[in-house]
Design a protein around this ligand. Structure first.
Ligand SMILES: [Zn+2]
Length: 259
């Protein structure tokens, strides 16, 4: 396990893992610090649809500048599915998908989140990357399994590295029995149902990041290659947007680009 680090350039701050840049991947889990958005979206809101257009443009330009990207990242239209889109160039229309894959250098891809787990898969041998939006619905739909299969099929074999960004923690993520049943029933492995616990008040809590980590291991990502940013988006209000905490709010992003 490698500890994550916080980097800043200008007003923009993001989390990354040491060594990713040297391996040829720019990887960033953005925070809400800095940014031009105001009100409920205050900070570096990277939602492609919420807040004012001028703030969105400014925030996107700040991120591209801070991360030294040649263009603003491509964000898909997310629907909590397992749908993936393989991207070879910046399209005119945003793909409808919850994961984007590429092996093209210089093409910045991202997903936006406010409590869901952002996941980046990196195959340094094949030089291919995937960026995934993993809430419980997408996980149940099989987005992690689909992405691992598609990475190998499209871009070739080689051990994957997985980076799981900040998500809502068990401390703050109370779910219904329907979620536990859907998650536990979404595969044969009893491990899949093991990320729930009842607290002293009888409330059911879900460890989404822990679940994602175990699913990544089950699809063959070597456990030593799985890194998790163990920060709770709901607890860390200075750093992250949280849908569960605030309802109407902005979005942070996971961004990846092959160098
Ligand atoms: Zn929390």
């Amino acid at each position: 396990m490698v500890d994550w680090v916080m980097h800043s350039r200008g007003e923009v701050s993001w989390i990354t893992f040491p060594g990713t840049e040297a391996s040829g991947l720019t990887l960033a889990f953005t925070t809400r610090k800095g940014g031009a958005s105001r009100g409920r979206y205050a900070g570096l809101n990277l939602s492609p649809k919420d807040g004012t257009a001028s703030a969105r443009r400014q925030n996107m330009a700040s991120v591209a500048d801070a991360l030294k990207l040649p263009a603003a990242p491509l964000f898909p239209v997310q629907k909590h599915t397992a749908d993936l889109s393989v991207v070879g160039f910046l399209p005119r229309r945003r793909p409808v998908a919850d994961g984007l894959l590429t092996n093209v250098p210089g093409l910045p891809l991202g997903v936006v989140v406010a409590d869901c787990a952002p996941v980046v898969l990196w195959n340094p041998t094949a030089r291919a990357v995937a960026v995934l939006h993993c809430g419980w619905r997408g996980v149940v739909a099989g987005i992690i399994e689909a992405a691992a299969v598609e990475m190998a099929r499209r871009f070739g074999a080689g051990p994957l590295h997985a980076y799981v960004g900040p998500a809502i923690g068990m401390c703050c993520y109370v779910v219904g029995l329907d979620v536990a049943e859907a998650v536990a029933g979404s595969g044969d492995n009893p491990l899949l149902g093991s990320h729930f616990a009842s607290d002293s008040q009888g409330l059911l809590r879900f460890d989404l990041a822990g679940h994602v980590r175990d699913r990544l291991a089950l699809v063959g990502v070597p456990p030593d290659n799985i890194e998790v940013v163990e920060l709770c988006t709901s607890c860390e209000s200075e750093l992250f947007y949280s849908y569960r905490r605030d309802g109407v709010t902005g979005r942070c992003a996971a961004i990846a680009m092959i160098r």
